[in-house]
Design a protein around this ligand. Sequence first.
Ligand SMILES: [Zn+2]
Length: 446
Amino acid sequence: MGHPTLRFLGGVREIGGNKVVVEDGPDRILIDFGPSFSPVWEQYWGQYLQPRSSSPVKDRLEFGLIPRIEGLYSEDALAGSDLKPTDPGFQAVFVSHAHLDHAGHLNLVDPRIPVYASAGTRQLLSAIEASTFTRYGEHDWRTMPYGDPVRIGRIEVVPLPVDHSIPGASGFLIRTSEGTIVYTGDFRQHGPRGAETRAFVAAAAAEHPAALVTEGTRAGPDPRRQFSEEGVRSGVDALLGTTDKLALVSCYPRDLDRFATLYAAATAAGRSLVVSLRTAYLLAATRAAFPNIPIPLPGESDGLYVYKRPKSRYFPWERPFLDAAVDAPWVRAHAPELLLSLDMSHFAELIDLRPDAGSPFVRSMSEPFSEDDLDDQMFRRWLEHFGLELHQYHASGHASGKELEQIVGEIAPANVFPVHTEHPEAFVGWAKRTTQPELDTPYPIG
Ligand SMILES: [Zn+2]
């Protein structure tokens, strides 16, 4: 029998869309399965033009947006496609974390294939399904305790926690018959769980791996300012100490660490944090899964309020928070005592909130990569219209290029495969060998 192989069906020269196939003799697993943030997608599809739910595989294959592969998709998802339903060709799908570009295509997967995720990731995926229109499909879900090997024939997968901008994230040690493949998932070491990433790197190095499949989001040139999570905290602390106006902030809706940071900063400044109904639901639905993160709990934690946007009808998951929720007139009346979290998609609320000119707005998300980003232009126009002052405090979910170089050196794999990056060439010279992977090409291990 031949060597085990690694094959990449996505995440190649792109940030996102990881789809990694590990094959060892008769055994085959898939690691992560999310949509590409591909320019091809934006050329053919958009908010108002989506693949049909009656033929999701067919419509995506038309533009090469998902891999043409047998034994992965469910019979329902294959409807209308020239790919025919077969017996499952994979024994398992492993999900590293609950971000869309790693888990967003699970709804296409054959329900006979078990899907493995950490308890935290599983809880987040359920909460996202319950409070959005995102669907991950019906699966034979298996929860992976960290450190416990999962055996799939000749392949053994050891999930370990890593720090990322969503809790519950895992890296994997994938032991094959001819050596270990280390898969980092998305990771950083400057967040609140940096120690977990350090421990993962040490465990990975101890394997003397044949291959390292690492993300490289921030490899190559990146002029954007970055802070650590502590840096975000001190930036927001300083800002809240110098204003007596309403403070506003936007951050990624699933970055629970950021909500913990903002809550702590608000509390220390004698303010209360105000979050959306959706954030309130997510905090309440996932807090038990993350006992080590100081996630505030709506209805229980002092200094936490839920903002109710006026709507004609509320979803069942929103209703438990409505009685105690606050509205725009209340926020206006208590402006100097509050830090209000407001996503750009809810900027229409500013028309009612009417913050005083000069009120600070903290963008606690990535800066746009280019100056002609249309969303960013709209964002800035709204701030200008209301006279809000922009402040940038964000900690990336990803290790910097320098840190990646040091981590690759420490793990010292025989071969490094950069994925989830537009700059795989930046890795050349960091390990004995660097393979800049090509799509759908099998690379032998060992
Ligand atoms: Zn991610």
